[in-house]
Design a protein around this ligand. Structure first.
Ligand code: SAH
Ligand code: SF4
Ligand code: F3S
Length: 437
């Protein structure tokens, strides 16, 4: 009899890719995918805890499975990811949701197969959270679902300890995969027909630190030199480690997309210091200058937090100023969320929800206006889109150009995985509508 799995993913691209690894493990065990928890024999929650709402979301959805589980006692419910790796959270989950069968963490994802086999043998729940061993596990066989893009991990963990951030506590210390393993994986993916490779790490610029392996710019260069038509992206970069060498490599190889995600977080030096970001606004602007000297049209995107403890009206005004100066192609904006165990959680002067809300509204308005202007500047131009998907609602194919902007177009044939030139006729928020040329 067929067995089905259903995976629910929260959080960042790292987690999206980890869900592909989970899918790979489940398929080895004979499970096939299905499109809803109702039909599933195993449901896996791959959780995130970066902000409180990510956590609440997961808790809410696990709670909703109680009824399904009572109707189907054989269904296995497994919960993994960053949330379970937080101190005390696994026990918390277990007491709140006694019907959960398996709880695993970020450091033992690759052992999920054994945990499932164990659960099939015993009635009792299997709860196993491991500490960071510092070892880089090779041997994943992800079942990829993001064609034509393929995610490739280059580093795991983070050493930066930005004062607001939980990631270093739940993902462990930064460790780099060997460049030969990364390059071999990319070669295979290109041979298999993937058209876009996105290198993943919390802080890709510090790739290779503490080892005698090559630096991040050299790694990018080695991959850009591989044969075949494909695009190369990477995320995320930390401003403190962004170097001129990286800008030069990005400029030299057309395969490397002309976009950079460089989270600035705040436009106030006082707040950046409290955030432990290790750069100033002036440093950030100087790096922008270097980047634009090499790649004048590079699209820069960013992340910004408002309402960090102690953020004054002047600090927030400085953030708005910076956003105006840099003219980001787009930005992810967040209200600061207190994370237990981080340094910022203990800081005085936590900002009220009301103030944070009014700040984020102002910021979003500014960012949206900038994004719209960027998008509109493309009308009449021809851009090359790598087609990623078909949008059933719009009845159009969609993809992104090398600057990371979305484009939609109509076609009678399946275009997914094709590079398509479109002439932009209309701008619509972050996306552009065009005609195939
Ligand atoms: N490693 C990446 C991404 C980390 S998480 C980096 O360093 O940029 C993605 C974004 O979530 C961060 O850039 C930050 O803007 C936001 N974030 C992290 N912790 C947060 C918190 N406690 N509250 C609100 N936003 C947070
Ligand atoms: Fe979090 Fe900072 Fe590490 Fe990014 S660099 S994951 S924001 S601690
Ligand atoms: Fe990613 Fe969320 Fe973990 S953003 S690293 S899944 S806490």
């Amino acid at each position: 009899m067929k067995k089905f799995y259903y995976i629910i993913t929260y959080g960042c691209q790292m987690n999206v890719h980890e869900s592909e690894k989970i899918a790979g493990i489940l398929r080895e065990l004979g499970y096939e995918s299905c499109d809803g928890a109702e039909r599933a024999d195993i449901v896996v929650f791959n959780t995130c805890c970066i902000r409180e709402n990510a956590e609440n979301h997961a808790f809410g959805n696990i709670g909703m499975l109680k009824k399904l589980k009572s109707e189907n006692r054989n269904m296995i419910i497994a919960v993994g990811g960053c949330l379970t790796q937080q101190m005390g959270k696994a026990d918390n989950l277990k007491s709140k949701f006694p019907y959960v069968d398996i709880i695993f963490g970020t450091h033992n994802l690759h052992k999920l197969k054994e945990l499932i086999i164990l659960k099939e043998k015993q009635k009792k729940a299997v709860i196993q959270i491991e500490e960071d061993s510092g070892v880089v596990y090779e041997g994943d066989s992800p079942f990829r679902t993001s064609y034509p893009n393929a995610w490739v991990n280059i580093t795991y963990g983070c050493n930066n300890f930005c004062s607001y951030c939980i990631v270093p506590y739940v993902r462990g210390r930064e460790r780099s995969r060997k460049s030969e393993d990364i390059i071999a994986e990319v070669k295979t993916l290109i041979a298999e027909g993937y058209k876009e490779i996105t290198l993943l790490g919390q802080n890709v610029n510090s790739y290779g630190n503490g080892t005698d392996d090559i630096s991040f710019p050299k790694l990018l260069e080695s991959i850009a030199l591989l044969d075949g038509k494909f695009r190369l992206r990477f995320m995320t970069s930390h401003p403190k480690d962004f170097s001129e060498e990286l800008a030069a490599v990005m400029a030299k190889y057309p395969k490397i997309c002309r976009c950079l995600h460089l989270p600035v977080q705040s436009g106030s030096n006082a707040i950046l210091k409290q955030m432990n970001r290790k750069y100033t606004v002036e440093d950030y602007l100087a790096k922008m200058e270097i980047l634009h000297r090499y790649i004048p049209d590079c699209a820069v995107t960013t992340d910004i937090i408002v309402g960090f403890p102690g953020e004054s009206d002047e600090d927030f005004a400085a953030t708005l100023d910076l956003v105006k100066r840099v003219n980001f192609a787009s930005a992810f904006t967040f209200v600061y969320s207190k994370r237990e165990g981080t340094v910022a959680a203990k800081m005085p002067c936590q900002i009220s929800e009301e103030v944070s809300k009014s700040r984020i509204m102002k910021l979003v308005e500014l960012v949206n206006a900038q994004t719209r202007r960027h998008t509109e500047s493309y009308v009449g131009k021809t851009i090359e889109i790598l087609c990623e998907d078909f949008d059933a609602k719009k009845q159009m194919y969609m993809g992104r150009d090398e600057y990371g902007r979305m484009g939609y177009f109509k076609s009678d044939v399946n275009e997914i995985g094709n590079f398509v030139n479109i002439r932009v006729q209309k701008a619509n928020g972050v996306s552009r509508l065009g005609e195939r040329v």
